[in-house]
Design a protein around this ligand. Structure first.
Ligand code: PLP
Length: 450
């Protein structure tokens, strides 16, 4: 039985944690993380860890960026809070909306702010419904997401999420949300099927689902350019072109959930750039403020925005918004975060250090535990298997992913175990030497677990 410190004891007594087995949490107690510096965080015993997940796929600029602290401090002194309801606004929200729209190079025309990715996707659902109601298409309301996609945890956004733990025990998903196949070639590809044929089959399945449901009832398709929380799934190169063609054929809106892929993660400013996604709606969060403060944005193209704008005039208001929509302090921090990303060339850094990460991890392909190495830019996963030839996964009850996750801490490394896939998503400020350090610590861990 572990002896818990007073702080650990207070934690297990007073706090119910997100995404945590509450029983196990009480037995083993939490790690208390006290401070951060660059790509490192330190626990209350002073132990240093490389945060190879950037927290939750989110801290682009590192864990002690004074410029963000100063931006928050300055804005706190000037105007700590004001809202953006009923014809009021403030400079930080105006400037950030403009910067985000301009970053899409003409693709999007307006921004709506929320506090989290989940709320942003909830907002997307409401906007899609509002849009179709405005067009008199009252039956066109279903939204198609993908198995293993992750879109959040509110009642509606969790229904888009395609992961069992988000539904089990919660009476979800809602019936308006449908799921299609996950474009994971290694797991879902058929024997002898090329990646190109696999992409075609995935989109044929999508089309078949649309036809089964009735195209007049399907409003939108949502997907992450590269899936994150579902296990870092990189789609075949032509997948997004084919998906978009099917959506356009049936007048279905395309929503790019860029909560993880936005702001340089894939080595391009947006993930959409990499896959030539021309979304009608784009969702941003996490790296938008490096998660120093909670913020998300929904960007709309002119097609959607013009209809919503007109409808708000007819109904008297766009009856949606949060007290903290466009909060002046969070938007001021986001602007400074964007400045840093641009000035330090972090998108380019993600592209170059990303290549080092991808090739160093691929060198592990021959390791007896490694089934697949996948990723692009500064996001990657190594899928561990019980049998390399048959690709047989480990028994879920003896998840090796969880063992690697735990053991890696001893080597000062924080990764993420997603079933038996180990995910990597370090801060964008990382250096090549630090990338190699991550891989070395991971290999040591793997050899011990093996
Ligand atoms: N969408 C994606 C792609 C995400 O990865 C996440 C969170 O990981 C969300 C939405 C939900 O964001 P939040 O946790 O801020 O609600």
């Amino acid at each position: 039985m572990t002896t818990l410190s007073t702080a650990q004891h207070r934690d297990i007594t007073y706090q119910l944690h997100p995404y945590t087995n509450a029983v196990k949490h009480r037995q083993i107690g939490p790690r208390i993380i006290e401070r951060g510096e660059g790509i490192y965080v330190y626990d209350d015993q002073g132990k240093q860890y490389i945060e190879a997940m950037a927290g939750l796929w989110s801290v682009a600029v590192g864990f002690n960026e004074e410029r963000l602290v100063d931006a928050a401090h300055r804005q706190m002194q000037k105007l700590p809070f004001y809202h953006t309801f009923t014809h009021k606004t403030h400079t930080p929200s105006i400037e950030l909306a403009e910067r985000l729209v301009q970053a899409t190079q003409g693709q999007m025309s307006t921004a709506f702010f929320t506090n989290s990715g989940s709320e942003a996707n909830d907002t997307v659902i409401k906007m899609v419904w509002y849009y179709n109601n405005a067009l008199g298409r009252h039956d066109k309301k279903k939204i198609i997401a993908r198995n293993r996609g992750y879109h959040g945890v509110t009642v509606a956004s969790a229904s888009l999420t395609g992961l069992t733990p988000n539904h089990r025990g919660f009476d979800l998903p809602l019936p308006t949300m449908k799921h299609t196949l996950c474009p994971h070639y290694y797991r879902e590809g058929l024997p002898g099927e090329s990646e190109e044929d696999f992409a075609t089959r995935m989109t044929n399945e999508l089309e078949a689902l649309i036809l089964r449901e009735g195209p007049d009832t399907v409003a939108a398709f949502i997907g992450e350019p590269v899936m994150g929380a579902g296990g870092v799934i990189v789609p075949p190169n032509t997948y997004w072109d084919k998906v978009q063609a099917v959506c356009r054929k049936y007048d279905i809106l395309v929503v790019a959930d860029e909560v993880i892929t936005g702001f340089g993660r894939l080595g391009t400013f947006f993930g959409s750039e990499k896959y030539n996604i021309k979304a009608d709606i784009m969702v941003l969060s996490k790296q938008i403020t490096s998660s120093y403060l909670p913020l998300a944005a929904v960007l709309l193209n002119d097609k959607v925005n013009s209809v919503i704008t007109r409808q708000s005039g007819e109904l008297g208001t766009f009856g949606h918004g949060y007290t903290a929509s466009g909060h002046p302090v969070t938007t001021a921090v986001a602007i400074e975060n964007l400045n840093i990303i641009q000035e330090k060339g972090l998108v380019q850094n993600a592209a170059s250090t990303g290549q080092v990460l991808q090739s160093a991890l691929r060198e592990l392909s021959d390791h007896p535990l490694v089934g697949e190495v996948r990723g692009t830019g500064l996001i990657a996963a190594v899928e561990l298997v019980a049998d390399k030839d048959s690709r047989r996964p480990f028994d879920p009850l003896g998840s090796v992913g969880a063992a690697v996750y735990e053991r890696a801490h001893e080597h000062g490394l924080i990764v993420r175990g997603i079933q038996d896939s180990i995910a990597f998503c370090p801060p964008l400020i990382i250096t090549e030497a630090q990338v190699r350090d991550i891989v070395e610590r991971f290999v040591t861990t793997l050899d011990e677990v093996h």
